[in-house]
Design a protein around this ligand. Structure first.
Ligand SMILES: Cc1ncc(COP(=O)(O)O)c(C=O)c1O
Length: 394
């Protein structure tokens, strides 16, 4: 008999009932150190007092009106995002997938309005993950994502990661945009070198096409800058955001420069919930905290220490781990053992990590991780690796 919850997930037998900072408490009372943060969502950990205050203050006043009316909390958050980034305008969504939908629509509408309706092509990359809608799975393009769901939405191509010639060859007069995660998350923590992002920007300018950055996982302070593309010193035309921006409350956004957004006039797009007062009250507080330069400095400091600790673990467990990769607090351990065995052993050590493609274990802790919790996480990961090594040798 089918379970009452549609069984689309392979869930671990863990059920958390409470969160405190970087810790999750299981129904049986065990305390787990959370180095997954809900896959980069709980950017400020669990039960952050400022976020609770922002949410409960808004909850006592007004939960929802409609985008038929002015929403001051939405305006305030949009102003903050515009002030802090390349963007001139923001549309609020509820998830990364919805941000992907709008990014694709915006790019296509941009060319349509210029009398180029055939420019619908979106070039994406292998290993990419942009969500689960038809546009998002077509962008990822892998058989695993699209099989069984009918005709794949036309206009999407994938280029191998790092294949410059393939990328040039893929661009033609039907191309509207290049869509890229500056650091691939689900694909196995694969950071795009800064010079490649610069190269993509130059290529888009040369060909007159748009650059869309998917910063759903790598944005909002995760890499030690507010947004990951800032490391390369270049800006996209359109950017997808979600996950960390709501700190655990469902919220996403599409940020864009005025020129790229000009086709999106009244009636061309909408959302019932997107930018709702509760979500934006929380998002505004998250933004205040994460965009503070002192906060971002602290992310970089602890990220450096965590990386060093992980390098030590790789050296100590050469049969289990191959190398560390990633940037900021978006780190991956490329494994020699099976990554899901490492994740399972980490559960036994009461540590939460997240598997990714390419046999990688992801570490995406809260950005306000303390030194003490970081040291504890390294010690638990050490125990997990020892367990995996022992199992492999027996
Ligand atoms: C880079 C990236 N884009 C888009 C998405 C989809 O976001 P959501 O699950 O909020 O729809 C994800 C989710 O993991 C992601 O990592």
């Amino acid at each position: 008999m089918i379970p009452s919850v549609l069984p689309t997930y392979n869930r671990a037998p863990l059920s958390f009932v409470k969160g405190e900072g970087s810790w999750l408490i299981e129904a049986d009372g065990r305390r787990f150190l959370d180095m997954g943060a809900g896959i980069a969502v709980n950017a400020l950990g669990h039960a952050h007092p400022d976020l609770i205050a922002a949410l409960t203050a808004q909850a006592g006043k007004l939960w929802h009106t409609s985008n038929l009316y002015q929403i001051p909390q939405q305006q305030a958050l949009a102003d903050k995002l515009v002030d802090a980034t390349f963007a001139d305008t923001v549309f609020f969504t509820n998830s990364g997938t919805e941000s992907c939908e709008l990014a694709v629509k915006m790019a296509r509408k941009y060319f349509y309005d210029q009398g180029q309706p055939d420019r619908i092509g979106i070039i994406a990359f292998d290993g990419a993950f942009h969500g689960r809608s038809h546009a998002a799975i077509a962008a990822a393009g892998s058989e695993k994502m699209v099989k069984g769901f009918g005709p794949v939405l036309p206009g999407f191509t994938q280029v191998a990661w790092g294949d410059h010639d393939g990328l040039h060859a893929a661009i033609d007069d039907t191309t509207a945009a290049i869509l890229i995660e500056p650091v691939q998350g689900e694909g196995g923590i694969r950071p795009l070198p800064d010079q490649c992002l610069k190269g993509l920007r130059d290529l888009c300018d040369e060909k007159g096409i748009l650059l869309i950055a998917d910063e759903v996982q790598c944005g909002m302070g995760r890499t030690g800058k507010l947004f990951a593309h800032e490391w390369a010193g270049v800006d996209p035309d359109i950017m997808m955001v979600a996950k960390g921006i709501g700190g655990g409350f469902p919220l996403g956004a599409v940020l864009a420069i005025e020129d790229a957004a000009r086709g999106m006039t009244a009636g061309t797009h909408g959302s019932t919930y997107g930018g709702n007062p509760l979500a934006c009250a929380v998002g505004s507080k998250v933004m205040d905290i994460i965009s503070d330069p002192a906060f971002l400095r602290s992310v970089n400091e602890i990220a450096g220490d965590l990386r060093q600790g992980l390098e030590g673990l790789v050296a100590a467990h050469p049969d289990v781990f191959d190398h560390v990769r990633g940037t900021g607090l978006m780190l991956g351990l490329k494994c020699k053992a099976t990554n899901t065995d490492v994740v399972a052993a980490a559960y036994d050590a009461q540590l939460i990590t997240v598997p990714a493609a390419d046999n990688v274990v992801r570490l995406l802790p809260p950005l306000n991780l303390t030194q003490a919790d970081m040291a504890e996480a390294l010690s638990r990961l050490d125990a997990a690796a020892t367990q995996v090594a022992t199992n492999r040798n027996t």
